[in-house]
Each structure stands twice: as C-alpha cells, then as structure tokens.
Design a protein around this ligand. Sequence first.
Ligand code: BEZ
Ligand code: FE
Length: 308
Amino acid sequence: MTNTTDTTASATAGKATGLTPDEVESQLTDTVIASFAGTSDARLKELLTSLVTHLHGFIRDVRLTEEEWNQAINFLTAVGHITDDRRQEFILLSDVLGASMQTINVSNTPYKDATEATVFGPFFVDDAPQIDNGGDIAGGGVGQPAWVEGVVRDTDGNPVPGARIEVWEADEEGLYDVQHDDDRVYGRAFLFSEDDGSFRFWGLTPTPYPIPDDGPVGALLEATSRSPMRASHLHFMVTAPGLRTLVTHIFVTGDELLATDSVFGVKESLVKDFEQQPAGTPTPDGRDLGDATWSRARFDIVLAPEGV
Ligand code: BEZ
Ligand code: FE
C-alpha cells in the first residue's frame, strides 16, 4: 500500500514558505477543496467540500497518527472483504455509528403528527407473500402470536385506503428467514389498508436479537464494550400514492434494551404496548390458539405528504 500521508513534504513546504504548522494544515485543506472547483455537479461539489472539511478537521483535532490511519484503512478493508450479496458490513458499520439513523433524521423532517421513521435494516425482501387483513405473517415462524391493528391516516386525519403495508420480523430465536441457508419464508408479508384506512394482522410478539457480530463491526462493538443486541421490534414500510413512504418499526414497552439499541433506532413515539393476553382469552377474530398466550398491539400510522 502506498503511503498517502507524507508529512515530510508538507513540513518542508512549511519551512520554505515560513508558514506555521497550523497554517500548513489549513492550507492543505483549502488546496484540496479548491481541487473540486471544476466539478460541474453542484451537489457533488458541496458533498466533497464538506467531507474534506470535516475529515481534515477530525484528523487535526485528534492529531491522527499514521499508524492509526493505517489501522483505519485495514479496518475498512476488512469491512469490504466480508461484504457480499448476503452480508453488507458497510451498512452495519453505518448503523452502529448512528450514521444510518442520522441520515433518516435529516431526510424525514418532522411534519405535523406524521409517524416517525427509523432504520430500514438489511432483512427486507421485496417479494414477500400477500395476506388479507386479519391474515398471519408468521408463516410457520416460531414465537408468541401477536395481534396488531391500526389505521393509516394522512396528516389531515383522513383515512388512507389501499396503503401498502409491508411487515417483517425475526422469530423468537432472533433470526429472520433470510438468515437461513435455504429458501424458507416466515415472519413477513404485505397487506393493504381497508377503505376506512384500517389494517390488522397476526404476527409474532417481537423478541430481541443481535445484529451480525462475527465480523469487523462486531470487533468494533467488542472493543467499545457495546452490545450487538437490538431492542425487540417489528418492521413496517408503508407506501401510498402522494404520501411520503414511511420506513419504521414498533418497539415493545418495557423492553430493557430500549435505551441501548445497537443501531440507535428507538424513538419514544414508536414504543407500543404489546398487551399480554392469558391463555384462553378470546381472540379478536375468533382464532383458536388453544392454551397459548398471545399479545395485542395497536399502531396507528400517519403519513406525511410527499415532498415535505
Ligand atoms: C434490523 O432491524 O433488521 C437491523 C437493523 C440494522 C442492522 C441490522 C439489523
Ligand atoms: Fe430488525
């Protein structure tokens, strides 16, 4: 690997010009930024200028050593090596650094009472089975049955009929179907809201699970004494014409991982009661669950207009 941090050259330039080390450093930042002057894409120019400003600022703030920079490059190389069609370590890195969540924050500015967004995660697939309202997304996945219902509305309070609601979740072992080496499908489906905006389905009471931690991101978590565990959650993606697509989850009241979610995805407004129902409690649709306990949760969804 070539050495990209030849400090000798800048120090010599500083001596020859009589500049202080501080002036040499800021002159380099200015020179790199000036090198983007010919960028015709104005947004690209803005992104690169800000990136270089912050990156140089970071290097100068922490007085980064060449050894540390090489370690960082080796770390990113390892992140690249473990990444393939099934494993996306760069997204995990972005998630555990809060970069995914911060991008969501700035891209989904709060609008009236629109439901808040959170991380997409790597386990969505776009060919999940369709279910009718009241159907079961579990698809054989193991876990406690959970009845989930709500209404989709716009920010003027009007019901949104025909909203496409994608839901996906891990089973009680903490695994998504796509984490198995076969083609099994469980814990995912899509359905449409009714004319009055309402929707309902059976799923599984969410349980906590770890993000994949057997790679460099796991090593980073270990080195910082952080847990890979995600707070228990159920994913939603809701789309409707003319309205802003909502990617979110609901979390479970009382889950002790709410404060330490490994990807910083928890928002208070998304924490919902999954009320435990003793065995034998009649179900909303008359489904016979035998002697199994179950839970029920309500999630009313408000979609912002597109483009706000
Ligand atoms: C998830 O919720 O599925 C997820 C989010 C970020 C990283 C890993 C998993
Ligand atoms: Fe998840």
